[in-house]
Design a protein around this ligand. Structure first.
Ligand SMILES: Cc1cc2nc3c(=O)[nH]c(=O)nc-3n(C[C@H](O)[C@H](O)[C@H](O)COP(=O)(O)O)c2cc1C
Length: 324
């Protein structure tokens, strides 16, 4: 009988915070609370690598979820994702504890200048020997805006229009150093060849960035681009820039439809769909047997209280559910 081999890619969806995506996870009897210590993240990294995961990837938000009732007291008291560390810094430490694991972090195009983000991720790619990935998000939440100097998040499509230009600048900088630019030749006294390091000189509708960029071309050429746009405009953006795309679907048939839609969008953007990977979000509960997994699941179901979920829902949908 002919068998077809298929390669499965495993990605660990991680949070550099005091809980998992389940806000009450910190209450679990086996939960570790050393979430501000390097050992916590290095242990996760080693487990993922041992389990043959391709990538460990951190989400990010630039605000504490206090939209529910506009008060952070409940957030810190209930531990609803009230600790959120900078993911790239954490990833660097995970890179030091592993050899092969891909290392991805989320960074927003709305609140950082493109030169800065280009430099952060190309530095990460160098520091990890070519294992860096960037999840490009535009940030939906008004609390993030308030932390970063704006009264509210810019409108949805405006964020993506800006993000398109942001990506042009970032990729532009990444490409300004040719791969063989650095020669570091003591005899000739030439460090890098002047004709192989270019200046970007970008001036556009939303950004201007001159260069030259200060990080030589990275082991991967550029870090892997992850994207998770789900709307029409978001998928258009993902199809233009993304190399690994996240989808969130409740069942296989919806996931198949979404998969076909996204692959078609990649083709419409003039790119090769086979070069773009798609990963669907799942929340597995692992046990040695089915009943052990079910018991684990049941233990998690007992942990949350109503406010945990309402608070995170308020934050995710940018709406205060405490209002009558
Ligand atoms: C698996 C997954 C992870 C995501 N991680 C983040 C994140 O860390 N930070 C963030 O601001 N948005 C995150 N998002 C939101 C997406 O970037 C995107 O905004 C959202 O899916 C809605 O799509 P749209 O922007 O096209 O409306 C994530 C979405 C998915 C499906």
């Amino acid at each position: 009988m002919k068998t077809t081999e298929r390669q499965i890619a495993l990605i660990g969806f991680l949070q550099a915070q005091n809980c998992t995506t389940i806000p009450a996870a910190w209450r679990h009897p086996e939960a570790r609370h050393d979430v501000t210590n390097v050992g916590f993240y290095q242990d996760i990294a080693k487990i993922l690598e041992r389990g043959l995961f391709d990538l460990g990837f951190f989400d990010d938000r630039l605000a504490m979820p206090d939209m529910y009732g506009g008060d952070h007291r409940h957030t810190v008291e209930h531990g609803i994702r009230c600790v959120k560390l900078d993911a790239v810094t954490v990833l660097t430490t995970m890179g030091m504890a592993t050899q092969k694991l891909g290392l991805g972090a989320t960074y927003s195009t709305t609140y950082f200048p493109p030169f800065h983000v280009a430099r952060v991720f190309s530095t990460l790619d160098h520091m990890t020997g070519g294992r860096a990935a960037w999840n490009v998000v535009t940030s939906v939440n008004d609390n993030e805006a308030r932390n970063m100097g704006l009264p509210q998040a810019p409108a949805h499509d405006v964020r993506y229009d800006r993000a398109d230009e942001f990506m042009e600048v970032v990729h532009g900088h990444w490409d300004t150093w040719e791969a063989d630019a650095v020669v570091a030749d003591r005899t000739t006294g030439v460090y890098a060849q002047g004709n192989k390091v270019h200046r970007l000189d970008h001036t556009g509708d939303h950004y201007s960035s001159r260069g030259p960029f200060t990080v030589p071309r990275t082991p991967q050429g550029h870090p892997v681009i992850i994207q998770a746009g789900q709307s029409g405009r978001g998928i258009e953006f993902a199809a233009r820039w993304g190399e690994l795309l996240f989808m969130s679907n409740p069942n296989l048939s919806r996931a198949s439809e979404n998969y076909a839609q996204v692959k078609a969008a990649v083709e419409a953007a003039g790119r090769d769909p086979s070069q773009v990977k798609i990963a669907n979000l799942t929340f597995p509960v692992v046990g040695r047997t089915m009943s052990e997994a079910e018991d684990r699941r049941a233990a998690y179901d007992l942990l949350p209280n109503l406010i945990d979920d309402l608070s995170l829902l308020s934050e995710g949908l940018n709406f205060d559910f405490s209002e009558k």
